[in-house]
Design a protein around this ligand. Structure first.
Ligand code: 5GP
Ligand code: MN
Length: 333
């Protein structure tokens, strides 16, 4: 269900309840991606245009902004979680499917006013005003609609943030969610003068040599399991902290590794298991349509969308993959 007229009105009222100098905190999910950062910073710039002066934006955990997003407009709003307002008047939360994705910042939900902007069907329902639209291709779609209702016109800086968010979450306008409305929004964003070619090169087509070598190694050890997922096939691979160290790469370079893996024609389901700690793994799941992988992710305490989901796995990489295989069989039976 898309947000109701009452919910939109409540969100506008919550933002307008803040005075120009009140502390406003924007939060997106741990290990932020293009939609998390782009929707948050684009909206933060919009609040600045409305005259708010004490805006900070943050995310929990390691304060590493992936290389492709380091030059986003509004990056001056970003602070590490230690510098987030501890007692903000208003909190806005972007692209966060569940409270566990807020880490230690979850206590900011106790702020006098809070608004959640999201598009995950698996959203667990937290915060005071919830703008959760599972039909939106990206959280930036929701952010743009709220900016419009607040009377903030699009400018090139806001548009670049929202465009990066839209382009990443639609896989460069390739996924099923890429509707007429998505292209119409993209057109409005491009009309501000932003350069889609230059932006796409920066966020999709640029990576360090070491990241390319690491990708080659990790893809080289991929396994095709044709019998998995009820015979629809599963392809999987893994990357360890040792792999990252050997190639001197930060963890975020593995975020896009699922894309070549999910292109394997013989498998409906693809899995990339990325080590985050001692016997701890961040698991990315994708389906081409036969399986609702968010069901698997939710069963393991994670979440996501029908065709793209994730969770935190424990044990050895092979144990995590075995768990996925078993849950897929349960799901299909
Ligand atoms: P990715 O594989 O790109 O990290 O994530 C795919 C989708 O699954 C995204 O929509 C992301 O928000 C969601 N997701 C990934 N990991 C987790 C997790 O640990 N918990 C939850 N709730 N969602 C996740
Ligand atoms: Mn998103």
């Amino acid at each position: 269900m898309s947000p109701s007229a009452e919910q939109w009105a409540a969100a506008v009222a919550a933002v307008r309840s803040a005075g120009p100098g009140d502390e406003i905190l924007l939060i997106c999910h741990v290990n932020p991606d293009g939609d998390a950062l782009g929707s948050m910073l684009g909206f933060g710039l919009g609040l600045r245009r409305l005259g708010f002066t004490n805006i900070r934006a943050t995310f929990p955990g390691d304060f590493t902004v992936p290389g492709p997003y380091q030059d986003l407009p509004g990056r001056d709003l970003l602070v590490p979680e230690e510098d987030a307002w501890s007692d903000p008047r208003l909190v806005l939360i972007f692209d966060v499917a569940g409270e566990s994705r807020l880490g230690a910042l979850v206590d900011r939900l106790g702020a006098p006013r809070s608004v959640v902007l999201d598009h995950h069907a698996s959203n667990t329902g937290f915060g005071e005003v919830r703008l959760v639209d599972p039909r939106a291709a990206a959280t930036s779609v929701v952010a743009e609609q709220l900016l419009e209702r607040l009377g903030v016109p699009l400018d090139a800086e806001i548009a670049e943030c929202l465009y990066v968010a839209l382009a990443t979450d639609t896989g460069s306008f390739k996924f099923d969610m890429t509707t007429v409305a998505v292209h119409e929004l993209a057109a409005r964003l491009i009309a501000t003068g932003i350069q889609p070619g230059e932006i796409s090169r920066r966020i999709f087509d640029s990576k360090p040599f070491g990241a390319m070598k690491l990708t080659g190694e990790v893809l080289g050890r991929a396994v095709l399991d044709p019998a998995a997922a009820g015979g629809r096939g599963m392809v999987w691979t893994y990357a360890t902290l040792g792999d990252l160290e050997r190639h001197a790469q930060p963890a975020y370079v593995l975020d896009t590794l699922i894309d070549p893996v999910r292109s394997v024609a013989e498998a409906d389901v693809s899995v990339v298991v990325k080590q985050t700690g001692e016997k701890e793994w961040s698991v990315s799941l994708r389906s081409k349509g036969a399986v609702d992988v968010s069901g698997v992710a939710v069963a393991q305490g994670g979440g996501g969308h029908r065709l793209a989901a994730g969770f935190t796995g424990h044990g050895e990489a092979a144990d995590v993959v075995d768990t996925v295989r078993r849950l897929l069989d349960d799901y299909l039976n």
